[in-house]
Write a protein that binds this ligand. Structure first.
Ligand code: FBP
Length: 338
């Protein structure tokens, strides 16, 4: 089969009327920025990009040098692209307006410039996660509230994994597709079209060291997985935890599985660990478009009405039947139907 480049794929989507020219150009700009981040991450110590930046982000977390470098690469590339009204990032408290010297567009871009920061210095896969929304009509200076749209309003979402290969996984709401960076040509090439996540799985991902802090329904659900053939599930389950959401989710998009970052006694006050607008919503859109499911343990993530730019939520996503069961245990414990 003749290789299909990302640009060819985008032109096909435009011809099919599934996306417009502005959204297509915006994806090209984001993809180009991620190619530069891929080069930066691959340099490691030789590029002087490892270690802390000596500053904290809005979440109070120590920023890694690559957090800051990736954030700047994405801001700079998208400032002059002409498709954006503004963008927002995990690394910035407030939305970043487009400088007046550049033309503005009517899209809003949200991103986690470098997901899995705790793995950078130990050479484990990290990534970039992004979500694209429409800027509300008549808004020329978007504020945080204009980004606070439910995940169902996303026009596109994607992640890029910087691993042995650099891969981008993308959805516009018409299936989920994977592109591999061909380093010789310097462009992303379609490697899997219309990905389907198996509804059943025997593989789960969760940070088990938090077990004692979990709610009872989560203890029950994971307890049954660990009991395996000797327990009510009568089936053995295997566990994986990379601690880079992009890598854990990509494994699920590739061969199925489930990923959990549940509410626990440590993160309850913050509402969870992972961020709704630039981690949970884009991953939920990608997974749902590949036939999986994504909930907070109680409700569909993409139906949440966001209340803050950096709002955190519990995340349950992956193979449909397991997510439905884990969610059922939580709702049952709450005395809710379903
Ligand atoms: P950032 O690195 O972007 O802050 O993301 C949070 C994250 O690293 C996720 O990628 C990952 O799933 C999770 O935190 C790991 O959490 P823990 O350190 O508890 O294992």
């Amino acid at each position: 089969m003749k290789p299909v480049s990302l640009i060819q794929f985008l032109i096909e989507e435009r011809r099919a009327g599934r996306i417009n020219a502005e959204l297509s150009l915006l994806i090209e700009v984001v993809a180009r920025a991620c190619k530069r981040i891929s080069v930066a991450t691959s340099k490691g110590a030789l590029g002087g990009v490892l270690g802390n930046a000596g500053s904290d982000n809005v979440q109070g977390e120590a920023q890694k040098k690559l957090d800051v470098i990736s954030n700047e690469i994405l801001l700079e590339a998208n400032a002059w692209g002409g498709q954006l009204a503004a963008c927002a990032s995990e690394e910035m408290e407030d939305p970043q307006p487009i400088p007046d010297m550049y033309p503005k567009g009517n899209h809003l871009l949200l991103f986690d410039p470098l997901d899995g920061s705790s793995n950078i210095d130990v050479n484990i896969s990290v990534g970039t996660i992004f979500s694209i929304l429409r800027c509300p009509d008549g808004i020329s200076e978007p504020a945080a509230e204009h980004f606070q749209q439910p995940g169902t309003r996303q026009l596109a979402a994607g992640y890029v994994v910087y691993g042995p290969a650099t891969l981008m996984v993308l959805t516009f709401g018409h299936g989920t597709h994977e592109f591999t960076l061909d380093r010789e040509v310097g462009s992303f090439t379609l490697s899997r079209r219309d990905i389907r996540i198996p509804e059943e799985t025997a593989e789960f991902a969760v940070n088990m060291s938090n077990q004692r802090h979990w709610e009872a329904p989560m203890q029950r659900y994971v307890g049954e997985l660990l009991a395996g053939t000797e327990g009510p599930r009568a089936k053995d389950f295997n566990m994986r935890w990379v601690a880079s959401m992009v890598a854990d989710v990509h494994r699920i998009v590739t061969r199925g599985g489930v990923f959990f970052y549940p509410l626990d006694a440590k993160n309850r006050a913050k509402g969870g660990k992972l961020r709704l607008l630039y981690e949970a919503n884009p991953m939920a859109f990608i997974v749902e478009q590949a036939g999986g499911a994504a909930t907070t343990g109680r409700q569909r993530i993409m139906e949440l009405q966001p209340s803050g730019l950096h709002q955190r939520v519990p995340v349950f996503l992956g193979s449909k039947h397991e997510i439905e069961l884990a969610t059922h245990y939580h709702r049952e414990a709450d005395g809710a139907q379903g």
